[in-house]
Design a protein around this ligand. Structure first.
Ligand code: UFG
Length: 288
């Protein structure tokens, strides 16, 4: 089926109202739209607060006006900071945000929590993403960062393609087995599937609590050096890299306990890392 598509700014109340009015049967919303570069958010905090907070408020108000049942919200593992216990569960304490971007995710979670607490007639599912990477296996859908990529995998694939001379590995003196940082890299299509389960759960009235929170990760931590090696083995392409100093604000290691999402949503990350990296490479090769 071909989805109906509108290009609109989620901060634009009138535009959002027109969409809800045109489709009185909207039962659920998945809110992905946000600015997401940690470094940029430090430079442009007001842009981040305005874009990420106002858009949610506009959407929630429209949902209330139109009796829409549920919202699935894209949150982030950044809310946990550097967790004391790994793997990190949804019960881990929320830490003071390290960037305006991270703060917008925390505040958005609170906005949703408070709105539901005030008896909003809808339910919400907060999905805390770990590190989403990859592309659709068709190589028709992927990520195209504006300017220099800030995240590891797009930088790595651009380096493999010869667009960047070398990848910089930010630190090899962390307290991890090979000294580089550890993350939980989650395949983008696996991540997308979790949203389908989440919105179905809301719309079909299966949610047992008005607000549910799920970690979306694989449950496996992978170091930066391990990821480079896996890419090279999966694609046969060498990635020139250099170890440089630590990047400010980086967390040493974090990976998810996805047991709740596995059990309650019936969702598991199933794509092997090598397939994900091969898909990212396929996508990169299709770019100009
Ligand atoms: N890294 C490099 N070289 C690069 C880019 C990244 O070595 O050129 C390293 C980083 O130091 C880090 C790892 O690769 O150890 C992953 O870095 P990313 O920038 O890809 O991802 P982050 O873990 O920093 O950030 C991600 C999301 C954010 C989210 C954050 C929460 O992109 O949206 O996780 O920790 F807030």
């Amino acid at each position: 089926r071909r989805p109906t598509f509108y290009e609109a700014d989620c901060n634009d109340e009138a535009a959002i109202e027109r969409i809800f009015t045109a489709h009185p049967s909207i039962q659920g919303v998945i809110h992905f739209a946000a600015s997401k570069a940690v470094g940029e958010s430090v430079q442009k905090p007001l842009l981040y607060y305005k874009n990420n907070l106002l858009s949610l408020i506009v959407l929630l108000e429209a949902m209330q006006r139109h009796g829409t049942k549920g919202i699935v919200f894209s949150s982030s593992c950044t809310v946990y900071g550097q967790p004391e216990i790994l793997p990190v569960t949804e019960e881990a304490p929320i830490q003071v945000a390290l960037s305006p971007y991270g703060n917008t995710k925390q505040i958005n979670e609170e906005i949703i929590r408070d709105t539901i607490h005030a008896d909003a007639p809808f339910r919400a599912i907060l999905l805390r993403y770990f590190n989403p990477i990859g592309a659709h296996p068709s190589a028709e859908i992927g990520e195209r960062p504006a300017g220099t990529p800030q995240n590891l995998v797009p930088y790595l694939t651009q380096t493999a393609a010869g667009i960047r001379p070398e990848l910089r590995v930010f630190g090899d003196d962390y307290d991890t087995p090979d000294g580089s940082c550890i993350r939980d890299y989650i395949d983008i299509v696996d991540l997308a599937r979790a949203h389908v389960e989440a919105v179905r759960r809301l719309v079909e009235g299966q949610a047992t609590e008005p607000l549910e929170v799920f970690n979306l990760g694989t449950g496996r931590g992978v170091s930066v050096l391990e990821l480079i090696r896996t890419f090279e083995e999966a694609t046969g392409v060498r990635v020139p890299y250099q170890i440089v100093g630590r990047r400010e604000g980086d967390i040493e290691q974090v990976w998810a306990d996805p047991a709740r999402a596995n059990r309650v949503l019936g969702w598991t990350a199933r794509t092997p890392l090598s397939d994900t990296l091969r898909n990212a490479w396929k996508w990169q090769q299709r770019q100009e």
